[in-house]
Design a protein around this ligand. Sequence first.
Ligand code: GTP
Length: 243
Amino acid sequence: KPSNLRWRRVVFKITGAALAGNSPQNVDPKVTTLIAREVATANRLGVEVAIVLGGSNFFRGDQWVNATGLDRSTACQIGMMATVMNSILLQASLEKLGVQTRVQTAFTMQEIAEPYVRRKAIRHLEKGRVVIFAGIGAGTGNPLFTTDTAAVLRASEINADVVMKGSNMDGVYDCHSRNNNSGSSEHISYREFVARGLNNSIDMTAIQFCEENNIPVVMFDLFEPGNISRALCGDQVGTLIDQ
Ligand code: GTP
């Protein structure tokens, strides 16, 4: 890795809710363009970036289940397909900027994207391509197994150095409210994160997995200009959670 970079390989989780932006559609092209530009910057600097997108901008499974009594695993499958739509759109935005990008789906959808093959994902990253892991999520029907958890599982599979979670302000309000004024970064331990009940911003299963596997997590605000590329390149933005 280039010696000035803090992280060699990053899994970047983006909440689905953020993608909607101010658009009347499910995805705001301004948001995908913003994300793509910043990811392109980090990619050109040599950071290996793998991306996991949520799907809640298309479908909120939990709300649907509560309202209709729909079987939870059925709702989860729709959410998983929603992540594929988000992934294809972000791939298109990245490729428009000349960034080579591969989408890999957790379930086969071979006409749309290549299937997830761990070793191939790693090769793509080594070759400087951005890899988007699509179709992952709560396929088990366990409501605790979210795209956050899926993202950290992928991170451990591909030996990523860190998981970054970018969301809109609201999602990480507790973390951010304390460092808004100082502009300085904040660090908390996994234990403190759990103890303070900050799990409105990333789910507990994901944090516990990261603790067990010693994968640091960075939570930050996607919409603060420059934040994404700074985070990916290892500047201190948002909140760092580790031992
Ligand atoms: P290497 O040549 O091995 O470095 O990787 P590559 O991804 O450039 O080569 P490959 O021939 O595997 O893929 C060429 C293009 O086809 C890429 O855009 C892939 O994402 C895409 N591709 C590969 N396998 C599949 C598949 O099963 N389904 C779909 N839809 N696309 C695929």
